[in-house]
Design a protein around this ligand. Structure first.
Ligand code: PMP
Ligand code: GLN
Length: 384
């Protein structure tokens, strides 16, 4: 393994899912739903396969039906207008969108600012692109993890090329507010930065939180690459259908990298996702409401078990602090938890450069059937 990748090893998700399998523990680690997405969308995939749609290489930018559906979704929800032919690119999940964006937009040595804790592929992809990551730490403040805008401003240097944003945020569940996003946008314009914004949990926001795409702020549309994913929005994480929306020059750049990564992917599934994006609003509302019930169930159960809970405003993850249980090391806690309680969770420290900042935090996924969550909660009550 080369020096760029040597520090990364195996992803925590693979490690923890393997641990769940070998111990038979309930897997609240890796974030994937245990119920597949809508029947009619699965049927659409079957139809596409049968009708010979996408069984051979689809077009490089993605099938026109899906690009049109992505553009229509951004218009309908956010009033953002994108040309399906020049400003939308279909990718092999959000993961490829992140990789291709960074590989296309960074010069070796460019600095990338990302909030830590960050989704694990960010660090590896910045490294593969030869960039330098500059983490800005989200810290607990009044029950959620918040951004310090002064720290963000101070992190920008003459070498900063790009801000890598994620809202709703994995693993903390923080949803950036309109005011925070406006400040980020102002900074990006003032310092002439590109922005890659991972908005894969755009449909999972709770309570008073609101998802506002960064691309909607003044001066942002032309400098922002926005990333979405059918895996998250329609509960088909195995299909690996994601997308990018951005100005033509940015999409062209990302496509230049993407064509040498996978070239294309997921042919028949692209047609099915095009139909999914056109589902009535009731689908998206029911999806969110269902996830909210699960959030409340798991958050309350974890609180009863003695964890300090950061109730997430978005995503399907809840971050906890294990110190009230007399524990300080999330890694050790998560490695022992399958034996101790029959549950798998993720130590947030893996998402930090400053590992000590993340040491006492542990993430649980709640995109699971309520019976599974109830059983997990029962088991976790013995842990304190
Ligand atoms: N970004 C974030 C923040 C995620 O949580 C995930 C999924 N775990 C991804 C990107 C990757 O999405 P996909 O499965 O579409 O590649
Ligand atoms: N995004 C999922 C998570 O955060 C996992 C994705 C993966 O396994 N790479 O749990």
């Amino acid at each position: 393994l080369n020096r760029r990748l040597a520090e990364f090893g195996t992803t925590i998700f693979a490690e923890m899912s393997a641990l769940a399998l070998s111990t038979g523990a309930i897997n609240l680690g890796q974030g994937f739903p245990d119920t597949d997405g809508p029947e009619e969308v699965r049927e659409a995939a079957v139809r596409a396969l049968r009708d010979g749609l996408g069984n051979q290489y689809p077009p490089g930018p993605g099938v026109p039906e899906l690009r049109t559906a992505v553009a229509a979704h951004q218009q309908r929800r956010y009033g953002l207008s994108y040309d399906p032919d020049r400003e939308v690119l279909v990718t092999a999940g959000a993961t490829e969108a992140i990789a291709a964006s960074l590989l296309a937009l960074l010069e070796p040595g460019d600095e990338v600012i990302a909030f830590e804790p960050y989704y694990d592929s960010y660090a590896a992809c910045i490294a593969m692109a030869g960039g330098t990551r500059v983490p800005v730490t989200l810290r607990p403040h009044e029950g959620s993890f918040r951004l310090d805008l002064d720290e963000l401003r101070d992190a920008v240097t003459d070498r900063t090329r790009l801000l890598l944003i994620n809202t709703p945020h994995n693993p903390t569940g923080t949803v950036l507010t309109r005011a925070e996003l406006a400040a980020i946008a102002e900074l990006a314009v003032e310092r002439d930065l590109l922005v890659v914004t991972d908005e894969v949990y755009e449909h999972l926001v709770f309570d008073d939180a609101e998802h506002v795409p960064l691309a909607t702020f003044p001066g942002m549309r032309e400098r922002t690459v926005t990333i979405g994913s059918a895996g998250k929005t329609f509960s088909f994480t195995g299909w690996k259908v994601g997308w990018v929306t951005a100005a033509p020059e940015l999409v062209t750049a990302v496509r230049s990298a993407k064509q040498y990564l996978t070239y294309v992917a997921s042919g028949p599934f692209q047609y099915a996702v095009a139909e999914a994006l056109a589902l009535p609003e009731s689908y998206f509302t029911a999806f969110r409401d269902d996830m909210l019930v699960k959030r409340n169930l798991l958050a309350a159960g974890l609180e009863e078990a003695g964890f300090r809970v950061f109730r997430p405003s978005g995503t399907y993850f809840v971050t906890t602090d294990i110190r009230p249980l007399g524990e300080t090391d999330g890694f050790a806690f998560c490695r022992a938890l399958p034996e101790r309680a029959g549950v798998v969770a993720i130590p947030n420290a893996v998402f930090y450069d400053h590992r000590e900042e993340g040491a006492p935090f542990v993430r649980f996924a709640f995109c699971k059937r309520t019976g599974v969550l109830e059983e997990a909660v029962r088991r976790l009550k013995g842990v304190g």
